[in-house]
Design a protein around this ligand. Structure first.
Ligand code: SF4
Ligand code: MG
Length: 327
């Protein structure tokens, strides 16, 4: 598959009063063209920080300290804020758990989508409005004209989610980042939004980075999955390998705790014994070692690197040290 975005050695830190929170500890991740890549892991493992770093929306006191993010031959980390603004919402867009984050309560839905099109696609007012209504229809919104003329608070949660997806897709982005897009919705609406995302993938071929802690969602919509633990990617593989041949002890714990028959049910990931480590003083070596039943001496000393252990299957764990190095 063709690589769309290549993240290498990404380190993002937060400089808080109590110390430096080492939120991302050298993330390596390629996103392929047209794939839906899931990022899973417990709350605070760095899923959202990875996404926000990717579009350079890390706020103070956070800072990207190392690494590169190659996209269209450019390193996004080196771009100016002005150059980044021409990419954000245009070539790479993001949708959030809470759609109100994307909309200004003061303006109509249609005018806000039109504004994105005027800015990035240089459409005039009239053409932008027309395209905005088309985009609302495209995501399955009935009566798109009326919704375009509505203010955000006039719409239900599910409709607002669709409107946000319409806005995110307005400029036909190469990558759509979706951070827990269905978590705030009730189960029926969740299912509809997931169906919509699967359908969009087929219709427009946009790559999707889907952040979730819901393994049912992952098995339902993702092609590949990256499992994150304490600011690192511990395993990366196609969705079947993750569910049926998990290699990392953390992944094994996650998957092992779910009866296979229940894969489509809404399973949460917070089932591994022990607590999430403090990232101001993270565990040495493998950050999972205090919770790992297979921990060896080397695990406390050396950080395991991602290694290729099979077709499209990567794992960061010293149990696989005898396997040839990745790259
Ligand atoms: Fe467990 Fe060691 Fe593998 Fe970490 S590197 S997951 S501690 S066996
Ligand atoms: Mg999050």
């Amino acid at each position: 598959s063709e690589v769309l975005i290549s993240i290498k050695g990404l380190k993002t830190n937060f400089y808080t009063y109590t110390g430096v929170v080492k939120a991302l500890d050298g993330i390596n991740l390629d996103i392929y063209k047209g794939e839906t890549l899931g990022l899973v892991g417990e709350t605070g493992c760095g899923k959202s920080v990875t996404a926000l770093s990717l579009i350079r929306l890390i706020q103070n006191p956070g800072k990207i300290d190392e690494g590169s993010i190659l996209f269209n031959g450019k390193d996004l980390i080196k771009l100016s804020e002005k150059e980044m603004r021409s990419i954000r919402g245009n070539k790479i867009s993001m949708i959030f758990q809470e759609p109100m984050t994307s909309f200004n309560p003061v303006f109509t839905i249609g005018s806000q989508i039109a504004e994105v099109l005027i800015l990035h696609q240089k459409l005039d007012q009239k053409a932008a409005w027309k395209k905005a209504v088309e985009m609302l229809a495209f995501t399955g919104i009935p009566a798109p004209e009326r919704v375009a003329n509505s203010h955000p608070h006039e719409l239900s949660g599910g409709m607002l989610q669709r409107a946000m997806i319409s806005m995110a897709l307005a400029c036909n982005p190469a990558l759509l980042i979706a951070d827990e897009p269905t978590t705030a919705l009730d189960v029926t609406i969740q299912a509809q939004i997931l169906e919509l995302m699967k359908d969009l993938k087929q219709r427009i071929g946009t790559s999707i980075l889907l952040i979730t802690h819901d393994l049912g969602v992952v098995s339902d919509v993702c092609d590949r999955v990256g499992v994150m633990y304490a600011g690192t990617i511990v395993e990366l593989a196609d969705v079947n390998s993750i569910f049926f041949k998990p290699a990392h002890p953390y992944t094994t714990g996650l998957i092992g705790s779910i009866p296979k028959i229940n894969l489509t049910s809404r399973q949460k990931l917070d089932t591994i014994p022990g607590s999430v480590p403090n990232l101001i003083q993270p565990p040495t070596g493998c950050r999972f070692h205090p919770r790992c039943s297979k921990c060896m001496d080397i695990c406390k000393k050396e950080k395991p690197l991602l290694k290729n252990i099979g077709e499209n299957h990567y794992v960061a764990c010293h149990l696989y040290d005898s396997t040839p190095e990745l790259r």
